[in-house]
Write a protein that binds this ligand. Sequence first.
Ligand code: NAP
Length: 243
Amino acid sequence: MRVLLLGGTGEARALAAVLVARGVDVTSSLAGRVTNPALPVGAVRIGGFGGPAGLAAYLRAEGVTHLVDATHPFAAGITANAVTAASGAAVPLTLLRRPGWTGRDGDDWTRAPSVAAAAELVAASPPGAVLLTTGRRDLAAFADDDLHHYVARMVDPPTGPTPPRFTPVLDRGPYDLRGELALMRGHGVGLLVTKDSGGALTVAKLDAARALGLPVIVVDRPPLPAGVVACATVDEALAQLLG
Ligand code: NAP
């Protein structure tokens, strides 16, 4: 058994740890987006494959017997590539996708179908400070808005266009409720914008928004490729892989 694990998430690191502990030959793959990534245990390779054909060629060349896509729910490009490459190389694919967040009593959420749609909703909202947690590559969608002050949290500094009124907060999860409350209160945040990433590591911002009575714009996930069924947990993915 030789596993290629497409990662970049906490679940991918957890799965790599379990596989390594069981003596499975696993290589984790990272895109190389952040300068100092959280590394999984075991072998790691970094960088793109060159599209689905490149990934299929890698699977064949390395004798990979099982492909796992445990990438972020918004990393739709690599997931589409994984589906195509697995089929092309006749390698079984396990897709691990943590469930999205669901609203609770006291939440004031508006769903947006895309980051661009979220930016339009913000532009139409009353002036004030907006906490943006969608990541540095989505900042450009908000760059024309000079009505709001954006407090944008991200791992690395932005390299592209940013809104005129803009405070970067360089940080990486996990985050806790106390820290999120302090961040929101400290910047006088009146609106939160987040992707529906799901998972426990970054959910505290939603708890903080609820506690402070703040509205939240939640960007919907891109759909999974047609016909693909996802495992929701590391245990499910492990059972599918080893079962
Ligand atoms: P993406 O748009 O779906 O993928 C774009 C290209 O990046 C892919 O075609 C592939 O290049 C390369 N790539 C992506 N993930 C890779 C991986 N794990 N290993 C090797 N190459 C990879 O991906 P993205 O949204 O930029 O996400 C990149 C990475 O960051 C993923 O590992 C993801 O799990 C992680 N991440 C993403 C987000 C997010 O909000 N999108 C948040 C947290 C973490 P080639 O075509 O050249 O193979």
